[in-house]
Design a protein around this ligand. Sequence first.
Ligand code: NDP
Length: 259
Amino acid sequence: MPVLDSFSLTGKVTVVTGAARGIGAALAVAVAEAGSDVALLVRDAAAAEPVREQVAALGVRAGVYTADVTDRAGLEDVRDAITAELGVPDVLVNNAGTCIHRAAFEVSDEEWDTVVDTNLTGLWRTSQVFGRAMADRTDGRRGGSIVNIGSISSIIVNRPQWQPGYNASKAAVHQLTKSLAVEWAPLGIRVNALAPGYVRTAMAPVDDPAFKPRWIDDAPMQRAAEPEELGPTVVWMASDASSFMTGSVVVVDGGYTAV
Ligand code: NDP
């Protein structure tokens, strides 16, 4: 296959969680630009409508599906609806995530549970639900590709905006990625993680004077990423262009963890 053709997602179905805004919205558009039909898995359907319109304008099928990654029954319902309406998903982008900024002594059990149940257990739950469909598919295709959005917070400790639960959950996502990759390789399901550095979204106030000195001024490239800059890497990780890659964590951080 010619090298650029291997990046194509034409004819495939991609599920993106947390696709109504931020990185998830940019990734939904990126996989659509690569030719994939897209299922936007969101908590608020109305909020996702502008993204759905942007994706549909690219000439692929685009659907909005409402589910919370902390709700297994809701995820199973949505998986079945996507399979019936678009086909068995070929790609799952586990992007949904949350962060509670609190110093360690001040984090409540409830706050800890929210972060871990979304970032780690939610990603696990979503992978298990959609991985089942990839493993059991009878449409002549085999397996699929799962891209987990991790973070450099698994490698470094973000400061001075403390987030112990977030850091721990993202580190666990990277090890869960490897665990599922090894177990599901015989099923043809590849599982990889992307670890972004600072990206300009609601989650990361990169221009806040309290954080800019450490997050931006200390960074080799002296800037944060725009969400759209992650798109090409995720298309590569989702597509046949990375056909021999599984269990890998790809760091895209402008050199932040290199120094
Ligand atoms: P945003 O806060 O802008 O977006 C987070 C998304 O996750 C929202 O769409 C949100 O939905 C969704 N979400 C949160 N909780 C749930 C849930 N329980 N069920 C379903 N969806 C949920 O942040 P980003 O776009 O920056 O973050 C996207 C991913 O990238 C996250 O996993 C984050 O940890 C990761 N990341 C971000 C970095 C950054 O610097 N921004 C750096 C490294 C990683 P809703 O719109 O309904 O709130």
